[in-house]
Design a binder for this molecule. Sequence first.
Ligand code: NAP
Ligand code: GCO
Length: 268
Amino acid sequence: MGSFIEKFSLEGKVALVTGASYGIGFAIASAYAAAGATIVFNDIKQELVDKGIASYKEQGIEAHGYVCDVTDEDQVNEMVEKIEKEVGVIDILVNNAGIIKRIPMIEMSAKDFRQVIDIDLNGPFIVAKAVIPSMIKKGGGKIINICSMMSEFGRETVSAYAAAKGGLKMLTKNIASEYGEYNIQCNGIGPGYIATPQTAPLREIQPDGSRHPFDQFIIAKTPAARWGEAEDLQGPAVFLASSASDFVNGLILYVDGGIAAYIGKQPK
Ligand code: NAP
Ligand code: GCO
């Protein structure tokens, strides 16, 4: 039994989690550290990297932070080279960095649309492309793309985000297809509605003290009847990064409290 549990260990592994100074990325990286991995993360500003390093330190984690914009191929290649020199070859990549713009489609500028696609879809392509050659040389690796409910569903105002996250689902399946023979597993996590700064505007208390209508809507759409916490993603993320999932490839694991299975609660 001892050796079976060891399959979930990340001891000796180097994990790069993009955009992980707070939020979902921070929770996933913290779980990886608890499972034994060395943590590397990036953010676009030095200030946020410093904040992130301090937050990891508070948890007893010595994380390595780099300033890097995931949409800039030169910056990403430079960062990956530095990580390999200063920390080691990346065994686990989590493409977590992402943004959302909530704008009705016919009011959205092409510039805004492109920016969302650039960070949420082109970014994961650029970072994955930079780490795969060393994973091949090393004999394997794990890539986890943070997808979304919007990899499957649409809703008002999130056209760019849904297009990017739907594309990310297919990029995940394609990386699995193209590099599976090199012992690289590429899977996605599709979080449900998780309480982080990204979704804070959807949970704002209304001037009359009532809950935001979207907040109430999500509770009614979720069989678990609550928002997810970033910590809800930790177990699934460790599983997909560990050798316990070595024959799982091209899967999108929805961690959504049951949203994707449910037609929604009948209004009273
Ligand atoms: P968050 O709180 O907004 O954190 C996103 C992180 O990505 C921030 O640290 C942000 O840094 C970073 N980032 C943005 N653009 C970047 C770039 N160009 N290069 C490097 N880093 C960049 O979001 P979250 O809720 O934790 O979401 C994390 C991921 O999960 C995203 O991909 C999101 O789409 C996905 N997701 C979230 C939910 C949810 O309900 N919260 C559900 C499904 C999927 P800055 O602060 O510098 O912008
Ligand atoms: C929105 C939300 C979502 C979530 C998440 C769902 O406005 O609908 O922000 O898109 O953040 O990605 O899985």
